[in-house]
Ligand binder design. Structure first.
Ligand code: MOS
Length: 733
């Protein structure tokens, strides 16, 4: 595509280029949502409900209001009105944005333990938090349903959505299972998990008449803008969301949670700029996390290892006031070429905060159970677990025979096994030792579907040689701006240093939310299209010059611009409709996904049950890699998060009250540096032929398969199959 222009620089795509915003972040120059100073800024603190369901019968704010510096205490008696969220519609994805359906501070109803029931606004953060602790609330509790395991028998079939079905089948898997020569079957459980991004959720809100400016830690600038306009009944054109820097999201900042709404409400009520920085506990009480799951995996095989039956079913929860049904069994439709497949997802509704997406929703949990069961089958068969996987590697998408857009899992296994040294493993459990440590090696498949959504982009080339790419996408630390600069540089044949990318602001062209591992591919597709347009315009100005800027100079044109998509109401609607049609067409034609092979070595102390991960190697098929540094960091980060999921992370919900009992990093254990070994990440760099630039996402596939690989390694070390996460030492004694 860049052939008609002479190259003025080496290609940037694929290089391990440093983040363009790295200096701003490491020097503290980058401002996050709670770091914007405004004259007259007031601070907010939330008061949380302490029952899981019922009504507020009395609320006493006298003592709180008497704290020096308190500006106001908002409750359902005096809070400004809030419009209800809209019904979810595929034609307007922003309708999916509401974390819950609750009319915060507009109702006396309580729907979960932790729901904000009052907001204190004060001159200082200290005063706001002190006063919040003094608000006295009396409740009339009602019967609530909060015990996930007790509710499991009442689970109902889960409905499908636009992207995924709630259940699917091929043949008669249960019948095939019953007659299979070799079979394994297990019940697996995963606990609730909570979001612990390094930046807790934060909002700064400023009203000017009906115009609103919001700095927010969000993964979805455009959704937030539409949603706030709707809830506060003001024109969307007057709402500006600014979020150039977000300190990690992982799905926890994709939806809009009460803190954001209530900050905007507090600013409206007080007529002052208001900032709310959630405490870590505040994040646990007001932001959804990953649902717990119970899963059944049953596998039937012939003695040669060929799968005849694969059954994978799940139960998860959504909140009674919102949440997104988890696609736990999704990967079981795509990973193994079983003759008969049955996947089914079931749901219960609980009076807890709505669940939400958390890195690789569905697949992170589903691959734990599926991959542990495959390992178990390998032992039943007396076969190497990689060999078993290779014997069941499909040519076409197992559930429906669609073609794979890309599928290089065999190569990923070959590469990973060699780098890891899989051949040195002796298969017998407990057969490898290092001093007092039992050593185990485990392997598992990583899998995550790849999507692409609508993005609007403008690219401008100036006579001074600089290029400006504008798109309102979100940057949460993954290096989005760096990747797009690399893509634009190559598409225009200019050095990457001359490209500047503007992002993180709703005044820029519309971008999809950063989620589902699809932001980079979505934006890249439009950046490429805009660059192509720009080059056609450039060609009309005159013959190719030494550089694109030289063509402009000769023609006496100061700058040239090209756009993809339109931000007008009509433009957005037609864009969305066109895109949905393409999405559905694509889905019928291809199965597109990122995949990989996870290898780990663990050491288990036979006396204490302490488990340490001592080595990790992963080899991924993630299409073309745009930036060798940021992509590997993303994949490595996913593996770190998976190690937490496997060994320590667990949100403890009191089954009697629905109250989260460990709302903070002191008692919810995320991995620390000492828990993480060197992580060797390799990738095939094989472009997906159906995607612009061959690029698919790297955000989520990294966590998938991790818990399975660890459970398999623990079995290899100890002979114990632990099917309930996290694998804590008590389960090994
Ligand atoms: Mo992600 S869980 O799609 O932010």
């Amino acid at each position: 595509m860049t052939r008609t222009l002479p190259r003025t620089s080496e290609p940037a795509v694929g290089k391990p280029i440093d983040r363009v915003d790295g200096t701003a972040k490491t020097t503290g120059a980058a401002r996050f949502a709670a770091e914007h100073p405004y004259p007259g800024l007031a601070h907010a603190a939330l008061v949380h409900a302490t029952i899981s369901r019922g009504r507020i019968t009395a609320i006493d704010t006298t003592e709180a209001a008497a704290i020096p510096g308190v500006v106001t205490v908002l409750t359902h008696h005096n809070a400004p009105a809030l419009k209800p969220p809209r019904k979810v519609s595929p034609l307007d994805l922003s309708t999916m944005a509401s974390g819950t359906s609750v009319a915060y501070l507009n109702t006396d109803e309580v729907h979960w333990d932790g729901q904000p029931v009052a907001v204190v606004v004060a001159e200082t953060l200290t005063a706001a938090r002190e006063a919040a602790a003094l608000v006295k609330v009396v409740y009339a509790p009602m019967r609530s349903t909060v015990d996930f395991l007790a509710e499991e028998p009442n689970a109902r079939p889960q409905k499908g959505n636009l992207l995924m079905s709630g259940s699917a089948k091929k043949g008669d898997a249960e019948a095939a299972l019953a007659t299979a020569p070799v079979r394994v079957e297990g019940r697996f459980t995963t606990p609730p998990h909570h979001h612990n991004a390094i930046e807790p959720h934060a909002t700064t809100a400023v009203w000017d008449g009906d115009r609103l400016t919001v700095h927010d830690a969000t993964q979805s600038i455009d959704w937030l803008r539409s949603h706030l306009a709707l809830r506060f009944d003001v024109p969307a054109e007057g709402v500006r969301v600014i979020a150039p820097f977000v300190g990690g999201g992982f799905g926890g900042k994709a939806m809009i949670w009460p803190g954001t709404i209530l900050t905007v409400m507090a600013a409206r009520a007080t007529g002052r700029p208001v900032r709310l920085l959630l405490t870590r506990e505040g994040v646990y009480r007001t932001v959804g996390g990953r649902t717990p799951s119970t899963q059944r995996v049953a596998l039937g095989a012939r003695t040669d290892g060929r799968l005849t039956a694969l059954v994978h079913t799940s139960v998860t929860y959504t909140g009674r006031v919102g949440g997104s049904p988890e696609q736990v069994t999704s990967q079981s439709k795509h990973v193994y070429d079983a003759e008969n497949i049955l996947v089914r997802q079931n749901l219960v509704e609980l009076d807890l905060i709505s669940n939400t997406s958390m890195r690789a929703p569905g697949d992170a949990m589903g691959t734990f159970a599926l991959e542990a069961a495959i390992d178990e089958l390998a032992y039943e068969l007396g076969m190497d677990p990689i060999e078993l996987r290779m014997r069941n590697e499909p040519e076409r998408n197992p559930i429906d025979g669609r073609r794979f857009a890309n599928r290089n899992l065999r190569e990923a296994y070959r590469l990973g096994a060699e780098r890891f040294g899989w051949a040195d493993r002796t298969p017998e459990p407990g057969s490898m030792r290092d001093g007092r440590w039992l050593v185990g090696m485990g392997v598992a498949t990583a899998f995550h579907p790849a999507w692409q959504f609508l993005a609007n982009v403008t690219v401008r080339l100036s006579v001074d040689g600089t290029v400006l790419v504008r798109c309102g996408f979100q940057e949460m630390g993954m290096g989005g701006a760096t990747a797009q600069a690399q893509i634009a540089a190559d598409a225009l044949g200019v050095p990457v240093e001359s490209v500047r990318v503007e992002y993180g602001d709703s005044t820029l062209p519309l971008s999809p939310a950063a989620g589902g591992s699809m932001q980079t591919a979505s934006v890249a597709s439009s950046v490429l299209a805009a660059c192509q347009k720009l080059r056609r315009k450039l060609a009309k100005l005159g013959p190719p010059g030494e550089t694109p800027a030289a063509v402009l100079a000769r023609a006496g044109v100061p700058s040239l611009e090209a756009s993809v998509g339109s931000d007008s109401r009509l433009g957005r609607l037609t864009g969305q409709a066109r895109f949905l049609a393409k999405l559905l067409r694509d889905q019928r034609r291809w199965m597109r996904a990122a995949s990989g092979a996870q290898f780990c070595e663990v050491r288990v102390d036979p006396d204490t049950g302490e488990t340490r991960v001592s080595r990790w190697t992963a080899a991924f098929d993630v299409g073309r890699v745009i930036n060798a540094k940021t992509a590997v960091s993303q994949l490595r980060g996913g593996i770190v998060m998976g190690i937490g999921m496997a060994l320590s992370e667990e949100t403890l919900v009191d089954p009697r009250t629905g109250r989260i009992m460990n709302p903070g990093l002191g008692e919810y254990h995320v991995p620390v540096h000492a828990d993480i070994p060197p992580i060797d990440v390799a990738y095939l760099d094989e472009p997906d032929p159906t995607m612009p630039l061959g690029l698919i996402g790297v955000g989520e596939v990294g966590i998938t398969g991790v818990a399975g690989a660890i459970a398999n390694a623990v079995h290899h070390a100890t002979g114990r199959r632990i099917r309930d996460l996290p694998i804590t030492l008590d389960k090994l004694l």
